[in-house]
Write a protein that binds this ligand. Structure first.
Ligand code: ADQ
Length: 464
């Protein structure tokens, strides 16, 4: 078995997969735990003297380093999160571009490639993750690295009309051709990428489905990231008996609950959902006092300006909603800016009647899958899901809503809360089938299988 080398922006040694927050970390960890290898990237620290450090836990070695302030500002806070993130989520209005940031982004990718190169063996397979590291393979190739290198994009890939708003799009997109395989969450994302390569870069789709552009042949594929449904269910079940306090009335009865869990990010549509919930309480006043909505949203990227602005808006709307509607014994909205451990989170999902997952744009959205996988099959809750989450391609029997349609979302909440048990069960079973068919192991195995298909002739295949 070839050794697996994973490269991702942020690397934090995982001591317990149950404690690891989120899909990327858990997925990569599981892949590495089986194959053995190392995980390479930034340790999350900003330091004057970035030094490499090594830590081995089981058969995974974590090789990490800090970033100096300038690199952090230009590569991470600047081009990755103030240019690429908004544009890839269709928010040109929030994007900021400056040449120095782009140069810093390229420079940090080159620096990381230089640090990685001496650690590589010829038959290592390199798997690079996400938008921070698009030019990473190109930087490796320039240093003579001939290993197989695959890339997986966790976020959406935008239509070329949006993408070309990045002044450096030509230089950036060319670097994709240094990969052997590029993976996307959905076919929509893959087609948008192919569209750019054929229309903007004058590339061709070969009869075998691969792309030829910039003098290179490379493959693309769709690998929807999944969850580990059995583990989630076990975690959720083990929470039983310690039912969360939310939803309890003063006379001990349980109110119905709606739950949302997201990083505090403008792409997640948090403001839109607060407004829709208020609309729901106005349109259907019979639900007042009988329902509570819990939004858990730990702050993220709080030193990027747009994130500070959205946080303020949410605080204002949450205060307004509760101020207008709450009573001594009823708080309609619980808004928590904190992280919870996964077991508690899965327990909360299981106890909530509705999972309200309505991002404005999302690569996949694992919370949607986690919510469904946490449910009690005998009495499952209802998933209300945005048509703009990648997960909608698989979870077709959720209640699908348009997050820009406030009244439509309010009506969906009403419908979800009233849905009869038989219908809830039927929808739940269909969603579980999809979740099992594309679980986390399938994501990892299919991607690595396809990347491994280049084993016999790595460089020959790469030249058209
Ligand atoms: P994210 O944008 O972070 O991921 P998501 O897919 O929902 O979005 O994953 C978030 C993960 O963090 C989930 O596993 C969730 O349970 C966990 N999480 C969120 N809030 C939490 C909290 N308060 N406490 C503890 N855990 C919390 C990016 C892309 C997505 C894509 C994933 C994986 O933006 O579209 O699905 O990567 O590819």
């Amino acid at each position: 078995m070839n050794r697996l080398v994973v490269v991702s922006n942020r690397v934090a040694p995982i001591r317990d997969s149950k404690a690891a927050a989120g899909g990327l970390a858990v997925g990569v960890y599981e892949a590495l735990r089986e194959a053995g290898g190392f995980w390479f990237g930034w340790n999350g620290e900003v330091t004057k003297k970035p030094e490499i450090s090594y830590e081995t836990l089981g058969n995974i070695t974590y090789i990490t380093m800090g970033l100096c302030k300038r690199d952090y500002d230009q590569y991470y806070r600047g081009f990755s999160n103030a240019t690429l993130w908004p544009i890839f989520h269709y928010r040109i209005d929030l994007a900021r571009y400056c040449r120095e940031d782009y140069e810093g982004y390229r420079r940090v990718n080159a620096m990381l490639a230089e640090k990685l190169k001496p650690l590589l063996r010829p038959d290592d397979i390199i798997w690079v993750h996400d938008y921070h590291l698009i030019p990473f393979a190109d930087a490796c190739r320039q240093l003579g690295v001939d290993n197989r290198i695959g890339f997986f994009l966790h976020i959406p890939f935008p239509a070329p009309e949006i993408l070309t708003a990045i002044p450096a799009h030509r230089d950036l997109l060319k670097t994709f051709s240094a990969y052997d395989l590029i993976g996307f969450q959905t076919e929509t994302d893959r087609l948008a990428f192919q569209d750019y390569m054929t229309r903007e870069a004058h590339g061709q789709v070969k009869p075998d489905g691969s792309l030829f552009a910039y003098g290179q042949k490379f493959r693309t594929g769709v690998y929807p990231i999944g969850v580990m449904p059995d583990e989630i269910r076990r975690m959720a079940e083990s929470y039983r008996g310690r039912r969360p306090l939310i939803g309890r009335t003063t006379d001990g009865k349980l109110r119905k609950t709606i739950i949302s869990v997201d990083r505090l990010d403008y792409s997640k549509g948090l403001l839109e959902r607060f407004l829709a919930y208020e609309e729901f309480l106005d349109l259907f006043p019979e639900h007042r006092r009988n329902v509570e909505y819990v939004q858990i949203a730990p702050t993220s990227r709080s030193d990027v300006k747009t994130y500070q602005a959205i946080r303020k808006q949410l605080e204002t709307e949450a205060g307004h909603l509760n101020g207008r509607l709450a009573d001594l014994d009823w708080t309609p909205l619980h808004y928590l800016n904190k992280s919870l451990d996964r077991r508690t989170l899965m327990g909360l999902f299981r106890s909530a009647n509705v999972g309200f997952v309505v991002p404005l744009r999302d690569g996949m959205n694992l919370v949607a899958k986690e919510y469904v996988a946490s449910q009690d099959p005998a009495d499952p809750g209802v998933l209300v899901l945005s048509r703009f989450a990648g997960a909608v391609h698989e979870l077709t029997s959720a209640l699908i809503v348009n997050p820009y349609d406030c009244v439509g979302m309010a009506e969906a909440l009403d419908r979800a809360l009233r849905m009869p048990l038989a219908e809830r069960k039927e929808r739940y079973e269909q969603q579980m089938q999809a979740i099992r068919a594309a679980d986390l192991s399938a994501w990892r195995d299919n991607f690595l299988r396809d990347l491994g298909a280049f084993a016999d002739q790595p460089s020959a295949l790469r030249e058209g």
